[in-house]
Every structure is written in C-alpha cells, then in structure tokens.
Design a protein around this ligand. Structure first.
Ligand code: NAD
Ligand code: 0WE
Length: 257
C-alpha cells in the first residue's frame, strides 16, 4: 500500500522531464496515485504525452491557465471520467523574459498583469473549478520561491507574483478548511529547469546554494516531489495554509560568509 493508493488528481505544469511537476508526478506514482496531466500547447503535448503515458496515465488535456474556459473544461472532463478527485498540483509560472532582466521599476502594466495572472490568479481559478469535484480531505499544492518574501536580484515581477500566490494560499486555505480541503505551497530552492534556462546568472543562484545553504547543495526535483507526497497525502491531514521551504535551509541564512 502506497501513501497515495486510491487517490486521483491532476498535475498542471509538466513541460519536460526536468520539470518540478514531473519530479512530483513520479513520486506520487511511486506511492500509488492515479494522475491526469495538462499541457499548455501542442509543442508541449509532444513532450508531456509520452511522459504521462509512461506513468500509466490516459487523461492528458490541454490547458492555458490564462483561460477560465480551459481550466473549467479540465475539471468538467475529470468529473465525467472520475466523478471526484483528491488532489491538484499547480506548478505554473510565467513572466516576460525582459521583466526578469530589466530594472523592476521598468515593469510595464501589461507585464505585471501577465505575471500575476499566469503565476498567481491561476491558482485561485483552478481551486474554484476543482472545488465541486474535490473530495473531503482533498489537497491543493502550488510551487513558490524565496523571491516572494525577500528581494532576489532579477526575480522582480515574479517575486511580486509569488507574494500574491503565497497570500492566495492562505486565503484559500482559510476558506476551504471548512470543506476539509487543504491548500499549501512548497517554496523550492533554485533547480535547473526550462523555466530557469535563459535566466541570466542562474548559475550564480545554484552556486550560492553550494556555498551557503546549510546542506551545501541544491535540491532536486525528486526532493520537492517527496515533500509534495507529504502535503498531498494523509500524512499532512492537519496542515493547511503553509509555505514550506524545500531549499536545503538556504532561506534561514542571513548573509555570505
Ligand atoms: P518548467 O518550465 O518545467 O514548468 C513551468 C510550467 O509552466 C511549464 O510546464 C509551462 O508549460 C507552464 N506554463 C507557463 N505558462 C502557462 C500557461 N499560460 N498555461 C499553462 N501552463 C503554463 O519549470 P519549473 O521550474 O518546473 O516550474 C514549475 C514551478 O516551480 C513554477 O511555479 C516555478 O515558479 C516554481 N519554482 C521553480 C524553481 C526553479 O528554480 N526551477 C524554484 C522554485 C519554484
Ligand atoms: O519561478 C521561477 C522562474 C519562472 C519564470 C521563468 C521564465 C523564463 C523564461 C517565469 N517566466 C519566465 N519567462 C521566460 O520567458 N524560478 C523560481 C526560477 C528562477 O528564476 C529566476 C531566479 C530563479 C530561482 C530569475 C531571476 C533570479 C532567480
């Protein structure tokens, strides 16, 4: 018997086999979960479908989280197929590339709106759509980053979006607790993924982990996945509204040296 045996859920945010969402999916599968996957566009479908199928998944659906109709369609389809579900994994973020490079004060209104829409509001829309088919004891999990709470150079508008995401976790948790639904976030340390590629100086963030994180190394997708199992399983039945660091302890460190 795995920790997730008999549980069904949906994973948003697999782009390829480096994705944090994929690390989470593999750990959930190892514990017996049955999963549906979504993909952003046809280019990504080519990557996501074989990965999903390798875990025995047959429910693989398109979803642009900027579109309420897409999100609603995913949960309508899951309702038809499965009736009820037990968990939702939100591992989606986006900002304009130039907004992760230019000075924060240069962020345009449109760039600000885009980052907050895709990276924060989507959790609210997703949770709302999932509610009617989420079992009592259901669990929603999202991914955040330290830049929500502290200034991380260049993270910029994404830091503001993650701050909104983390506050949304608390408001959703407070509201859905009554229905026995939990909402939490994992704040992961820097990991080389598609979303990290092309970010100037990303290497330096990884090196900071090796030099200063208490564990003196970066964390892996699998390690985020193992903590995700905790939040999505009955192990965390008493835990909601939490922002949980999986970053080798980096967040507790004050400065260099
Ligand atoms: P990734 O590129 O593998 O995943 C990001 C996902 O977001 C992709 O699957 C992409 O298709 C999806 N996405 C973007 N816009 C979308 C839209 N409009 N609709 C639907 N999906 C959309 O990168 P990742 O690092 O695995 O990112 C997953 C999550 O983890 C993100 O929320 C990210 O902020 C967070 N995170 C990443 C790191 C890191 O260093 N990699 C650290 C902490 C938190
Ligand atoms: O949340 C993220 C990255 C999210 C992200 C990445 C991109 C790159 C490609 C959002 N939008 C885009 N848009 C693109 O066009 N992380 C936690 C990873 C990350 O990004 C950083 C980091 C870390 C860590 C940016 C600057 C500094 C540190």
């Amino acid at each position: 018997m795995g920790l997730m045996t008999g549980k069904r859920g949906v994973i948003f945010g697999v782009a390829n086999d480096m994705s944090i969402a994929w690390g989470i999916a593999q750990q959930l599968k190892e514990q017996g979960a049955e999963m549906a996957f979504t993909y952003l566009n046809e280019a990504l479908e080519k990557r996501v479908r074989p990965l999903a199928e390798s875990l025995g998944s047959t429910v693989i659906l398109p979803c642009d989280v900027a579109r309420d109709e897409d999100i609603e369609e995913v949960f309508a389809e899951l309702g038809k197929r499965w009736g009820k579900i037990d968990f939702v994994v939100h591992a989606v973020a986006f900002a304009n590339r130039e907004d992760l490079k230019n000075p924060f004060s240069q962020t345009s209104r449109a760039g600000f709106q885009l980052a907050l829409d895709i990276s924060a509001y989507s959790l609210v829309a997703m949770t709302r759509s999932a509610m009617p088919i989420l079992n009592k004891g259901g669990s929603v999990l999202t991914l955040s980053y330290l830049g929500a709470e502290r200034v991380v150079p260049s993270y910029n508008v994404m830091g503001v979006a993650k701050a909104a995401l983390e506050a949304s976790v608390r408001y959703l948790a407070a509201e859905l607790g009554e229905q026995g639904i939990r909402v939490n976030a994992i704040s992961a340390g820097p990991i080389r993924t598609l979303a990290a590629s092309g970010i100037a100086n990303f290497k330096s963030k990884l090196k900071l982990m090796d030099d200063f994180a208490p564990l003196r190394r970066t964390v892996t997708q699998d390690e985020v996945g193992k903590s995700a199992v905790y939040f999505l399983s009955d192990l965390a039945s008493g835990v909601t509204g939490e922002i949980h660091y999986v970053d080798g302890g980096f967040n507790i460190i004050v400065g260099a040296g």
